[in-house]
Design a protein around this ligand. Structure first.
Ligand code: ZN
Length: 401
């Protein structure tokens, strides 16, 4: 048994800390409470002065996308070998920032699956990874930007076959493009509908029949309506949502994954901005405030929010993921407790991992992060993690540094 002694342990259900010791065995939390006896501990970590949270979960990343390249056309023809090495580095930076689990909603020629296998076997550092494989899309000119990420499928039968291909490759979920994208070709419109309601239903049918979930990329209002109607599990971005569709999401239990970082972190990075084609920069600037307003209204109307950054977009660097929690709190009106919930219990529920992840409770995976400051007093503390433990193993330790 390994003991994490004397830390302030966060209870996500009450939103409060208490001093407690955490006993870890076989990668899981064996016990939480007082009375852990040092003399019985064969391995003890002193957590005095640390504020301990469950490892954070990011439900929207692209580990294979290079964040310093503002022009997708310039990085469309990277070799799979180069992409694999890049993704391995991105995985390490993500874990070291306290993100112990990610959901990748659009990989590249399935190289991310090799990265996942290397992480799971312990040969390289990285978070737990839930993967979509290629994202499903209609025929669109944006495929030229992301040839390794897009799986084109037009029509219900083609969508079924494409979803099955992702599952056969080892996908944990299916990602569908319900509307156009922002970081897309000059002729693509983020307010255009892409998959029809029938095509979305086909993807949901195949995923749910296989006990997998569906993430739907949505900007346009009618695309959000179609995705909710089709029964998807999460709406990504949700930019042009009105209150009526947000109420439908709340009633249906559809989770919103905001990705506020995609706009906000881009505008903090002059190099990424400078390398970006004008049409992309214009769109990102035009819709950023409107997007944040939609997230604020969603929260007020009771929509469940799960943290997701879109890490991989320009300036949205792997390892800055916890900034999303900061932005949700400071810009979208969530309390620090609510913001922490998005990256813990809410995210675990979306991943269908509520029994294993998202809380510091007996029986859960021992994925634990520690900070020297109380994140309830200052939510930016989440971006300054001193201790990262994944499955009971220390991945980063800067206590006292
Ligand atoms: Zn994305």
């Amino acid at each position: 048994m390994r003991w994490l002694m004397g830390g302030q342990v966060y209870d996500v259900s009450t939103g409060s800390f208490r001093t407690a010791d955490i006993g870890i065995a076989h990668g899981r939390i064996a016990t939480v409470g007082s009375g852990a006896r040092r003399e019985h501990a064969d391995d003890t970590i002193d957590a005095t002065g640390l504020w301990l949270l469950p490892g954070l979960i990011d439900c929207h990343v692209h580990l294979t996308l290079p964040t310093d390249a503002g022009d997708p056309a310039a990085s469309a023809n990277r070799s799979d070998a180069a992409i694999t090495l890049y993704a391995a580095g991105a995985a390490a930076r993500t874990l070291h920032a306290g993100i112990t689990t990610v959901r990748d909603v659009g990989g590249w020629n399935y190289v991310e699956m090799a990265v996942r296998d290397a992480v799971d076997s312990g040969s390289i550092p990285g978070p737990r990874m839930f993967l979509a494989g290629r994202l499903l899309s209609i025929t669109t000119s944006t495929v030229e930007y992301y040839p390794g990420m897009y799986e084109v499928a037009d029509g219900v039968d083609a969508v079924r076959a494409a979803a099955r291909r992702q599952l056969a490759k080892g996908a944990d979920l299916i990602k569908v493009m319900a509307t156009g994208a922002m970081l897309s070709s000059e002729t693509e419109d983020s307010r255009a509908i892409q998959f029809t309601l029938e095509e979305l239903r086909a993807a949901v049918e195949i995923a749910h029949d296989n006990h997998k979930h569906v993430a739907a990329h949505c900007h346009a209002l009618r695309g959000i309506e179609n995705a909710v109607e089709a029964g998807v599990d999460s709406i990504e971005h949700c930019t042009f949502a009105d209150d009526a569709v947000l109420r439908k999401m709340a009633a249906a239990g559809t989770t919103l994954v905001p990705t506020v970082c995609a706009g906000e972190l881009l505008f903090r990075d002059p190099a990424a901005i400078a390398s970006m084609p004008p049409h992309l920069l214009t769109r990102m600037a035009e819709f950023n405030d409107l997007h944040i307003d939609a997230i604020r209204r969603a929260h007020q109307l009771g929509v469940a929010i799960a943290m997701g950054t879109d890490a991989g977009t320009p300036g949205n660097h792997h390892g800055l993921n916890a900034e999303e929690c900061v932005l949700l709190s400071l810009k979208a009106g969530l309390s620090p407790q609510e913001s922490i919930r998005t990256a813990t219990v809410n995210a675990a529920r979306l991943l269908r991992q509520a029994d294993h992840l998202g809380a510091l409770d007996e029986g859960k995976h021992a994925d634990i992060i520690g900070m020297c400051e109380n994140p309830l007093d200052d939510i930016t503390a989440l971006t300054r993690v001193a201790l990262v433990i994944k499955a009971g193993e220390v991945a980063r330790d800067e206590r006292g540094a």
